[in-house]
Ligand binder design. Structure first.
Ligand code: ATP
Length: 306
C-alpha cells in the first residue's frame, strides 16, 4: 500500500483545477503524471504535499492521511525552485538537511556523494546565485531527498536540464526506486515517462483521462499500426499495402512503412499476401501507437490553457 489519491477535487474561485482525481502509486514505483500546461499536475502534487487542502476527497500514504506523514516521509521538488542565493551548494544542502533534524559527518558524506554523482563537484564551493539553472535544479533535487523520504514528489524535474543532466537525473531516480523510494513526477515529455515509469496518468482539464501501465495507455485508444517492409524497397512495400482497398494510405516513418489498421481488418492477410507473391519480408509488426501518438490523439493537439 503506497500513495492513494481518492476522488480529490480543488477549485480556485471559478477554476476547477483538479476534478475527482484518483490514482495509486505502489511502493517503490516510478509514476508519471503527464499533461499540458494548466492540467492540474502542480495542484495535485501540492495537495499530496499538504501545501493545499483538497476541497473534496482523500489522500493517504500507507493508509495514513497525508497531513500526518508528509513532512516526515515525503520529499518535494517544487515547481518554483527556492534556494538561498548567498549559500554555497554544500552550505545549502547542510541547511536543508538540518531543517529535517539531520546533521553530522554521515550527512556531509552523503552530500558529497550526491555532489559527485550529479556532476556538481567543480561547482561545490560556488554560491547558488552563480549556478546555471540546471545546476541549481540538481541542488534542489538533492535537497529534497537528504532526509531519505519514502515518497519523492518531483514537479517537472527534467525541465531546463541538458541531455547529459537528464541522463544523470534518470539514473538517480532509478537507483532511488531500486532502493525502495516511491517516486511521482510530472512532465510534458513522453520519452521520460516511456523510459522510467511503470505506471502513468494522462491528465487534462483537471481530470485523469487515462491511467495505467505504459502499455495499457498505449493500447487505450484501440488504434493499431501495421509496420511493413519487404525487400525491393519502397515500391514493393507500398504496392503491396495499396493492394488492400480497406487500408488507408501508408506513411513512411523511421521504423519503415506504417499504416493504421482499420477495425475488423486482419493484418495477417498482408503477411500471407506478401509471402504468396514471393516477397522477402524484412519487417512485419502490429503495434499500438507510441505514447507520443496517444498523447496527441487524446489531447487533440491541445497546447494547454495557460
Ligand atoms: P503546468 O504544466 O503549466 O505547471 P499544471 O498541470 O501543473 O500546469 P496547475 O498549476 O495545477 O497545472 O494549474 C491548474 C489550474 O489551476 C490552472 O488553470 C491554474 O491557472 C489554476 N491555479 C493553480 N493554482 C492557482 C491559484 N493559487 N490560484 C488560482 N488559480 C490557480
Amino acid at each position: 500500500m503506497g500513495l492513494a489519491v481518492r476522488e480529490v477535487s480543488k477549485s480556485f474561485g471559478d477554476i476547477a483545477a483538479v476534478r475527482k482525481v484518483s490514482l495509486d502509486v505502489p511502493p517503490g514505483m516510478i509514476y508519471g503524471l503527464i499533461g499540458p500546461n494548466g492540467a492540474g499536475k502542480t495542484t495535485t502534487m501540492r495537495m499530496i504535499m499538504t501545501i493545499l487542502n483538497p476541497d473534496r476527497g482523500e489522500i493517504t500514504w500507507k493508509g495514513q492521511p497525508v497531513r500526518k506523514v508528509a513532512s516526515r516521509y515525503f520529499g518535494y521538488l517544487p515547481e518554483e525552485r527556492g534556494l538561498y542565493p548567498n549559500m554555497t551548494i554544500r552550505e545549502q544542502l547542510r541547511f536543508f538537511a538540518a531543517l529535517h533534524g539531520i546533521s553530522g559527518p554521515g550527512v556531509d558524506r552523503e552530500i558529497d556523494e550526491w555532489i559527485a554523482r550529479l556532476d556538481l563537484t567543480e561547482h561545490a564551493t560556488k554560491k547558488v546565485e552563480e549556478l546555471s539553472k540546471g545546476n541549481a535544479q540538481k541542488v534542489q533535487f538533492v535537497a529534497a531527498l537528504l532526509h531519505h523520504p519514502e515518497l519523492l514528489i518531483l514537479d517537472e524535474p527534467f525541465s531546463g536540464l541538458d541531455p547529459v543532466n537528464v541522463r544523470l537525473l534518470k539514473e538517480a531516480l532509478v537507483s532511488l526506486a531500486t532502493q525502495g523510494t516511491t517516486i511521482l513526477f510530472s512532465t510534458h515529455r513522453m520519452e521520460h515517462v516511456e523510459e522510467l515509469c511503470q505506471r502513468m496518468a494522462l491528465i487534462r482539464g483537471g481530470q485523469i483521462v487515462v491511467e495505467g501501465t505504459v502499455d495499457e495507455v498505449r493500447r487505450s485508444t484501440g488504434r493499431m499500426l501495421l509496420r511493413l517492409q519487404v525487400d525491393g524497397g519502397r515500391d514493393g512495400t507500398v504496392e503491396l499495402l495499396r493492394s488492400f482497398a480497406e487500408l488507408p494510405a501508408p506513411r513512411h516513418t523511421p521504423a519503415g512503412w506504417e499504416v493504421e489498421v482499420p477495425a475488423g481488418f486482419d493484418p495477417q492477410q498482408v503477411l500471407r499476401q506478401a509471402v504468396a507473391t514471393g516477397a522477402t519480408v524484412t519487417r512485419f509488426e502490429v503495434t499500438p501507437p507510441s505514447l507520443e501518438d496517444v498523447y496527441i490523439t487524446i489531447m487533440g493537439g491541445e497546447a494547454g490553457n495557460e
